[in-house]
Write a protein that binds this ligand. Structure first.
Ligand code: SF4
Length: 509
């Protein structure tokens, strides 16, 4: 969108005041403001779709990144943010860090445009200006925390301008707990729109033409070869792999809805599943992962599509021996704790266990849903502690308790592991970026995991080498080691508490 008109940011004191609400201000306060501003319906739906607890604050990146990423990865789709400048800066930075090759649209505000309703007018102008059917199939406009709390009514935008669909969604950090679930917010909104279009009349055919076989829609972002491998495993059952949701272009949404069944590979797509179920599609949980996971998944998919027992057995016999050999050829030895926010944590743990690893703990930022129930039962029957909606503190406590040979986790968990001379691997960059399904997935993790576990000696050497450089307030090399002053910190904390109490009393008074 490099030629888009971006309304200039107005950096004045009012803007700063209105920007003062955010991740670090009270979620309850934001939630309350949003409810008073007619956002109750959408927030109640989010509370139902994405149940919270034990923690309810984002402990990772801003959740809206999930929706933004889904929009930016779609062809002929413009994505526009409405939110505080600091949030938009962080989100665009992260998008480009992860290789988005599109511009992010932005409609800024100040406290005046926010409270007078002018922001909504600005958004409407921006959407009208962008709605060029030669360039776009859809425009996605995302309300971040402050516009959601202020009730900016995206639902009042026209549904279509010049044939370009307008999708307005609220994705506040105080309503959508993780960036994984924010992907579902946009994917679900798009499926809803596409379903209504398909019900109303003929829609565009898939780019590659209609499949001659019944298809299985795959729900959840995967390593690119995984859908190909899944397609090969479906073939002996007379089925084919359909599109992956979130899709890469609008017309794939119709194809995704027009399936024989949906494979909820990632289990947190609650709003999307609602749309598939409304379209009369069956949904199958778990994934073709490892030997047992693939055997059971093929059976469930086959049954959901009325495939004969012989054909299901045929598919199993064709692939299961190869999976068994691949797992045996690349064993993993060692104790592992793992955690992540991608939604595939339970699947990865199954694969590691079938490879021989001693997995003790799996933490996932995602909630418990019916679509990971089989994986949960499988893991618990092997003595693994599974923690849904895990907090950083729980992930760190597991590391302390189980003293693993390897920690797989999010950035702060891996950082802590390395500080403690325990080898660590980032889940998102190093585990999610590999094939996991079927034959290609079996054994694909062994090399990276075994190499990391083999680094223990280097960590011990490093720890011994750096022992004398201090830690926390005294980290580094000093002529004179800094003195910790807990009394100063306690004093500051007391003052902050006093100030907070005073502000609260003023608000109530
Ligand atoms: S939009 Fe994201 S970064 Fe901004 S306040 Fe909300 S959660 Fe924080």
């Amino acid at each position: 969108m490099s030629d888009h008109k971006i309304i200039p940011i107005i950096a004045n004191q009012e803007t700063l005041t209105s920007d003062g609400m955010g991740c670090h201000s009270g979620a309850e306060q934001m939630l309350d403001a949003a409810r008073k501003a007619n956002k109750s319906e959408v927030l109640n739906q989010y509370a139902k779709d994405y149940p919270k607890g034990p923690h309810d604050q984002p402990q990772s990146m801003c959740p809206a990144f999930g929706s933004l990423r889904v929009g930016l990865r779609m062809r002929r789709t413009a994505t526009i943010l409405s939110g505080s400048a600091c949030c938009v800066y962080g989100l665009t930075f992260t998008s480009h860090f992860y290789g988005a090759r599109r511009s992010v649209g932005y409609v800024p505000f100040n406290s005046e445009s926010l409270v007078t309703g002018k922001l909504f007018e600005d958004i409407r102008d921006a959407v009208h200006q962008e709605a060029n059917p030669d360039k776009y199939d859809a425009i996605v406009i995302i309300n971040l925390c402050v516009p959601t709390a202020s009730g900016v009514p995206l639902q009042l935008l026209p549904k279509e301008i010049n044939g370009v669909r307008i999708i307005g969604i609220d994705v506040p950090g105080f309503g959508v707990p993780t960036h994984a679930e924010a992907k579902d917010v946009l994917a679900g909104a798009m499926l809803k729109f596409a379903r209504a279009e398909a019900q109303a009349g003929p829609v565009t055919a898939p780019r590659t033409g209609l499949s001659s076989k019944p298809t299985i829609t795959l729900l959840g972002e995967m390593f690119p070869v995984d859908p190909i491998g899944i397609g090969m495993m479906l073939e002996p059952m007379g089925l084919a792999a359909g599109p992956v949701v979130p899709t890469r272009e609008w017309r794939e949404l119709y194809q995704a809805l027009d399936c024989a069944a949906v494979a909820a590979i990632h289990p947190f797509y609650t709003a999307s599943i609602r749309e598939f179920e409304a379209a009369g599609r069956k949904v199958v949980g778990s994934a073709p992962i490892g030997y047992e996971g693939t055997a059971s998944w093929l059976e469930q998919i086959g049954k959901s599509c009325n495939v004969s027992a012989d054909m299901i057995a045929n598919a199993q016999n064709k692939f299961l021996p190869a999976i068994k050999s691949a797992l045996a050829a690349k064993p993993i030895k060692g104790r592992i704790t793992m955690s992540g926010y991608e939604g595939s944590e339970l699947l990865v743990a199954r694969l590691l266990i079938e490879s021989g690893a001693d997995v003790r703990y799996v933490g996932t930022a995602c909630p418990k849903t019916p679509w990971s129930a089989d994986d949960l039962t499988w893991l618990e029957s092997r003595g693994v502690h599974v923690q849904y909606r895990s907090s950083l503190e729980q992930d760190l406590a597991a590391m302390k308790e189980f003293q693993p040979d390897l920690v797989i986790g999010t950035t702060p968990v891996v950082q802590k592991a390395k500080q403690s001379a325990i080898p660590g691997l980032y889940f998102t960059n190093l585990i999610s970026a590999r094939p996991l399904m079927g034959v290609m997935g079996a054994g694909s993790l062994a090399q990276v995991i075994n190499a990391a576990i083999g680094n223990k000696e280097r960590f011990d050497t490093m720890e011994a080498f750096f022992t004398d450089v201090g830690h926390d307030h005294a980290a580094g090399v000093w002529d004179e080691i800094p003195q910790d002053r807990p009394d100063f910190k306690a004093d500051t904390r007391r003052r902050m508490e006093k100030l907070a109490k005073k502000r609260k009393a003023e608000e109530m008074g």
